[in-house]
Design a protein around this ligand. Structure first.
Ligand code: BES
Ligand code: ZN
Length: 756
């Protein structure tokens, strides 16, 4: 799936080929001779000879077609000056839907014949987004047309080729009947991301791959701006916290890397399309924007775009523009975030009626480093009415805070990193943490702050700076939580805690699962199984996640109800009993009950997989199959995922195996390693390594994995392998510390049987 390649699709039951290109980062050279580096911009005048019945697309509009019997020659208009990695060509049988922007840019979504209805949503988003960006960047869309096209075989999510954006089907097509709310949101954010690149990336291009984050971090951040404007009810800025968390998780490793990373060889580029370039990149931009203010930020950006249009730029060029526009020391501030890896944890204490702030480098391993940052600190005391802020430029600082010294307010909560716009973690002293827990229970805090407190506590717990007992006590404060993003993170955390506890204290698992079930009871009852009339997008997404969690936890009623609805779905794929938003939950429930001696549910799901032609549905199923507790079935699914029935881009969706399947997945990976290396390109291979290796939690496993890969070194997985092994080490140390915790068993028991 790189260079100039073939993708296969079906038309009237017949297999057909289409021709596609994917050049980023360094594969234009596989197609034509060129100086294949982002700073070597040129104009492109493309001509194609293709079978006359096919559609041929490229970056620019067609100016002439000459048909000559079975072949035709298609001439495209010459492009403006651009980088090689953005050149694109697609040839195949397609239909399209079309619209125009108010200023006359022709926008089309191309799909396989018969699927055009599924292109309409993305078309609407594209037209809306182009208008927004034109205003935001103060610069019109640079080309006469924009085509977007769904490609069945496609290794990333989407690719921003200038004027011809290519997508995986799941990231472009939306089916009213069979797509879930989460699929819809994915389409909107991916479109918004790729269109942002048309300015940020295509018009102004990074000077070298070291500055890849400028492209990806920025496009990620700005896609939220566009999505928020088009779909305010999605509360997408709250959901942005998932991005920040992903960045914080990877960047808490000693094997992380700075945002600006040295690249010496083409083989090193693939691996930096990672959570540091995307999620940390987007998060530090958000932090800076909230520090400088939205208006000043936008104006400075517009002048940056204008200054570097049709050219290239480095990280420091962006800072220079923002510094000029704001008068703030942006370069000095931001260098601490982009040139050194990691981030700080800010510890706050009440001391002599003052607040003390201290920063130190955070590591998930519990080590401390000596990094220092210029941290934009914000905090609120007891109310959101007044937000205080300052730049923490040294290791330690104390602040006189009126609200603390005044007697009336002795027990007021204090929350740092208000709205979680900063890329750092916060550690509160015991007293402050207790006040915050109280504030959560009494619903004084905003959703973003509730999210932050939970996520920081989880990270601190993993780093052994907070006992697991304290973490689960805090989790209990979220029993009446109903906000999508907060609950979704709570679910993720219960999965992780459940897994580590299963290694550390297997005898407590019944109580732990019971506690988690209690935790989701309230929201599960509120949401039910059936959509309420006119309910929100977020409730629709939440229902699916809560029911999936309950199914994973083995909650009897959920399993039974899921089976009932699944049976009805098997009889009628359009049954109102199983709309797309809850299908994953039902599939997981079905697979949790499957075993080698009772395979019926598994066989049925495979049948649904084979019958659907909707990629989102296939992926929903693939992502559910390996949740089976029977290792033999997990192995069978993993084998299936490498078979011709699964497109190679989709194989990775089966890798999130149940905890019972962890060992068998590792054995499978070893057995199939040569095949995987041979058949999977670029950034898919590291995904196999991290998904299979990271869940382990013993020092013996670290050795075993190291031994296996010692003779199989590869530049393209080196970084990921080190990161995965570090995670296993962290887990193993964490297990030991949980085993040494005295009161954990009692706390779990109390929470499992607590009556509300
Ligand atoms: N430029 C990338 C696509 C890409 C990724 C090319 C890796 C080469 C290697 C594109 O803009 C992108 O970021 N796509 C994302 C989706 C986006 C919404 C985060 C992807 O593919 O996951
Ligand atoms: Zn991108």
């Amino acid at each position: 799936m790189k260079g100039f390649y073939r993708s296969i699709y079906e038309h009237n039951g017949e297999k057909k080929n289409m021709a596609v290109t994917q050049f980023e980062p360094a594969d234009a050279r596989r197609c034509f001779p060129c100086w294949d580096e982002p700073a070597c911009k040129a104009t492109f005048k493309i001509t194609l000879d293709v079978p006359s019945e096919l559609v041929a697309l490229s970056n620019m509009p067609v100016i002439e077609e000459k048909v000559n019997g079975p072949l035709k020659t298609v001439f495209f208009q010459e492009s403006p000056i651009m980088s090689t990695y953005l050149v694109a060509v697609v040839v195949g049988l397609f239909d399209y839907v079309e619209d125009h922007t108010p200023d006359g840019v022709k926008v089309r979504v191309y799909c396989q014949v018969g699927k055009v209805n599924q292109g309409k949503f993305a078309l609407k988003v594209a037209v809306g987004t182009l208008g927004l960006y034109k205003d935001y960047f103060a610069m019109p869309y640079p080309l006469p047309k924009l085509d977007m096209i769904a490609i069945p075989d496609f290794s990333s999510g989407a690719m921003e080729n200038y004027g011809l954006v290519t997508y995986r089907e799941t990231a472009l097509l939306y089916d009213e009947q069979h797509s879930a709310a989460a699929n819809k949101q994915r389409v909107a954010t991916v479109v918004a991301h790729e269109l942002a690149h048309q300015w940020f990336g295509n018009l102004v291009t990074m000077e070298w791959w070291t500055h890849l984050w400028l492209n990806e971090g920025f496009a990620t951040w700005v896609s939220y701006l566009a999505t928020d404007s088009l779909f305010p009810e999605w509360k997408i800025w709250t959901q942005f916290l998932d991005e920040t968390t992903d960045g914080l998780r990877l960047d808490g490793l000693a094997e992380s890397h700075p945002i600006e990373v040295e690249i010496n060889h083409a083989a090193e580029i693939d691996e930096i399309f990672d959570a540091i370039s995307y999620e940390k990149g987007a998060s530090v931009i958000r932090m800076l924007q909230s520090y400088l203010g939205a208006e000043c930020f936008q104006k400075s950006l517009a002048s940056y775009i204008k200054k570097h249009a049709y050219s290239n730029a480095k990280t420091e060029d962006l800072w220079a523009a923002l510094e000029e526009g704001s008068g703030e020391p942006v370069t000095k501030l931001m260098n601490t975030w982009t040139k050194q890896m990691g981030y700080p944890v800010v510890s706050v204490k009440v001391k002599d009626q003052k607040l003390e702030f201290e920063q130190s480098q955070f590591f998930s391993s519990g080590c401390t480093g000596n990094g220092q940052w210029i941290v934009p600190i914000t905090f609120c005391c007891g109310s959101y009415e007044k937000k205080k802020s300052f730049l923490l430029q040294t290791k330690l600082v104390t602040h006189d805070v009126k609200e603390i010294s005044s007697h009336s307010n002795k027990s007021a909560w204090i929350k740092l990193n208000v709205e979680q716009t900063g890329f750092y973690r916060v550690k509160y002293d015991e007293e402050l943490a207790a006040r915050l827990r109280h504030a959560i229970e009494n619903k004084y805090l905003s959703a973003t702050d509730r999210f932050g407190i939970l996520d920081d506590s989880f990270a601190l717990c993993m780093a052994r700076q907070l006992p697991l007992t304290s973490l689960i006590t805090l989790m209990a404060a979220y029993r009446e939580e109903l906000e999508y993003t907060v609950l979704s993170n709570l679910i993720t955390i219960t999965y992780k805690v459940g897994r580590i506890a299963a290694d550390a204290k297997p005898e407590l698992m019944d109580n732990i699962n019971q506690f988690f079930i209690n935790l989701f009871q309230y929201s599960a009852e509120k949401l039910g199984w059936d959509a309420k009339q006119g309910e929100s997008h977020l409730d629709a997404m939440l229902r699916g996640e809560i029911l999936t969690a309950l199914a994973m936890l083995g909650h009897k009623e959920t399993l039974n109800e899921a089976t009932r609805r699944f049976d009805s779905f098997l009889n009628n794929r359009n049954t109102p009993l199983l709309p797309p938003d809850i299908r994953k939950a039902a599939y997981v429930a079905v697979m949790r009950s499957v075993k080698s001696s009772n395979r019926a549910g598994f066989e049925s799901l495979l049948r649904v997989y084979r019958e659907t032609d909707l990629s989102q549905e296939k992926i929903r199923i693939l992502g559910s199959l390996t949740s089976c507790p029977d290792p033999a079935i997990v192995l069978e699914v993993l084998k299936f995922s490498l078979s011709p029935e699964v497109r190679s881009q989709d194989a990775i969706y089966g890798l999130g195996v149940s905890k019972e399947g962890r060992e068998v997945a590792w054995i499978w990976l070893k057995d199939n390693w040569d095949f995987i290396v041979k058949n999977f390109g670029g950034f898919l291979i590291p995904r196999f390594v991290s998904a299979v290796v990271s869940p382990f939690a013993s020092f013996e496993k670290v050795k075993e994995v190291e031994e296996f890969f010692a003779s199989r070194e590869k530049a393209s997985i080196a970084r990921t392998l080190k990161q995965s092994l570090e995670r296993v080490n962290i887990n193993a140390t964490w297990v030991k510390s949980i085993q040494a915790e005295k009161d954990f068993g009692e706390a779990v028991q109390e929470l499992a049987y607590r009556k509300y």
